[in-house]
Design a protein around this ligand. Structure first.
Ligand code: XMP
Length: 518
């Protein structure tokens, strides 16, 4: 492993810990998130961080069993930044005091800067009143020895504290969220100015390292990769191909439920342009046959997931087996989580995606994207020369159009939906809106309505359009198109797609709706 500068983030269970890592990496510094209790002294020393960030968390340091940072964090001689709960436990552990308060601050708040310190250099000046984002009940009420107050807020007289000598900093607010407008600059001051990180985490460097790692892991072995045409599997495939060439074979299982021209584009891009060995298996008859008569969304999802594995295994057996299975697993999937609530969560939908599939297979895994966030995967894809249509593509669910056709799925309905979807996306691209939207697609509704075209009566299907903004798919807002845009799209759909005579726009946010209809 080349000697990148490392920052260690110890997680106390905050909802926004991942954002700390993203801000740090955006500044070009490699970092990892570990649960606070998975970090013993030896492991931390071996990681050799240039600085440590203690995240926020849902607990209260005033409670008996609440989490504490490992003592080594404060004796390692590296800078420490405590955020929210992280600030509180740091102050308490270093001899200060924290108390509960009836004055809670949630959301937008302001800190007044009372003194300068290295963390505020070039960002905030003494006397300024700065907007921040807070979420706390407890607050520091007595400073540990060596600390000074840098900033105060209405609810926290010691909202910002510092010991420049030991390079320990504590903030009650969250610099990692966009609602703290100068938060990224403060974090950069920490990583670059205070910890002395060089910003050597670039996608160019990552590409070379990842290739070396793949070669070392795979040796002369053979690798199969399930390609879906989505961003993650595409980037994984191209990267692995760059490392081991024809030792890689990609399998593209075409379930007949892809969008217009998508299968052709996958074949063209990966086989023709990147010269990757690609098996394109048209299994649409099998999938559509088995989906015949199926209307329940969960049965649809499970049927497609099961067939996917069957077909993938069949193709893989034809190859005579392989030693490794490549998966597009990302960092958010592997960060060990600190459970704030315990208990299992309810299954809303059983997700299927190509990367997560073949559980029963006895191959070793190659997961070259395990260290990366989605936006880093996109950056790596661009670095590898993967076309923007693929790298910048909206997410598309594994079960494809099947979960956008409520009721029974047929080839005819899928064909109709493809046309509607294509027109909607064409108009979105023409209007320059594609990148501002997280996901946009059409849904074919199982209802027929009466319309009039020319002098005649129609009795055709209705469709819905859906477009949302989101940062991670967990929550979503409706995209506020103007009416002129929507009516133009509706006009084109009804005129150009035979069998559809009505268009609606889905204006449900998530929650309470989900993004997909099934
Ligand atoms: P929902 O509908 O749960 O979707 O709000 C959240 C995000 O997940 C995508 N999605 C899937 N992705 N396999 C996938 O790979 C699936 O089975 C699946 N179901 C939903 C959805 O498109 C949205 O981006």
């Amino acid at each position: 492993m080349p000697a990148h500068d490392h920052i260690l983030i110890l997680d106390f269970g905050s909802q926004v810990t991942q954002l700390i890592a993203r801000r740090v990496r955006e500044a070009g510094v490699y970092c990892e998130i570990w649960p606070y209790n998975a970090a013993d002294e030896a492991r931390i020393r071996a990681f050799a961080p240039k600085g440590i960030i203690l995240s926020g968390g849902p607990a209260s340091v005033t409670e008996g069993e609440s989490p504490r940072a490992p003592e080594v964090v404060f004796s390692l001689g590296v800078p420490v930044l405590g955020i929210c709960y992280g600030q509180q436990t740091m102050c308490l552990q270093l001899g200060g005091m924290v108390e509960g308060s009836s004055h809670r601050e949630f959301g937008r708040a302001f800190v007044t800067i009372e003194a300068d310190c290295r963390l505020t250099e070039g960002v905030w000046a003494k006397g300024a009143r700065e907007q921040v984002w807070m979420s706390h009940g407890d607050r520091v009420t007595r400073l540990p020895p060596g600390f000074r107050v840098i900033g105060t807020s209405e609810g926290a007289p010691m909202a910002f504290t510092a010991d420049d000598e030991r390079r320990f900093y504590g903030v009650q607010f969250h610099p990692e969220v966009v609602h703290t407008p100068h938060g990224a600059a403060l974090l950069r001051n920490f990583t670059h100015g205070i910890c002395g990180c060089r910003g050597d985490w670039t996608m160019g460097a990552y590409r070379a390292e990842a290739i070396a790692r793949i070669r070392a892991q795979v040796g002369q072995g053979r690798v199969v990769c399930g390609l879906s045409g989505g961003v993650d599997s595409s980037v994984a495939a191209v990267l692995i191909h760059e490392a081991i060439g024809d030792q890689l074979t990609c399998i593209y299982v075409d379930h007949g439920l892809m969008r217009a021209n998508e299968s052709a584009q996958v074949v063209k891009t990966f086989r023709d342009r990147f010269n990757i060995r690609l098996i394109h298996r048209d299994a649409s008859d099998l999938f559509l046959g088995q989906l015949s008569g199926v209307t329940d969304p969960e049965v649809k999802r499970k049927t497609i997931g099961r067939l996917f594995i069957e077909v993938f295994e069949e193709e893989q057996n034809k190859l005579g087996g392989a030693d490794f299975l490549a998966q597009g697993t990302l960092y958010p999937d592997v960060i060990e989580s600190v459970s704030a609530t315990g208990g299992p969560s309810v299954t809303i939908k059983s997700h299927h995606n190509v990367g997560g599939l073949p559980e029963g297979m006895r191959m070793k895994l190659v997961e070259p994207l395990r260290d990366l966030f989605k936006d880093e995967v996109r950056a790596l894809g661009r670095e590898l020369g993967i076309p923007e249509e693929i790298v910048g593509r909206h997410p598309f669910p594994g079960p494809g159009l099947a979960i956008r056709i409520p009721g029974e799925v047929t080839r005819e309905k899928a064909d109709t939906l493809r046309q509607v979807d294509r027109i909607f996306l064409e108009e979105i691209r023409n209007a320059g809106l594609y990148d501002a939207i997280w996901q946009a697609f059409a849904v074919l509704l199982p209802v027929r309505t009466v319309g009039v075209m020319g002098d005649g009566r129609t009795y055709d299907q209705a469709c819905a359009l859906r477009a949302v903004t989101s940062t991670d798919g967990m929550t979503a807002d409706v995209y506020p198109f103007d009416m002129g845009f929507l009516t133009r799209v509706a006009g084109r759909i009804v005129n150009e797609v035979r069998g559809v005579n009505r268009v609606t726009y889905d204006i449900t946010s998530k929650p309470p709706g989900t993004i997909e209809w099934e």
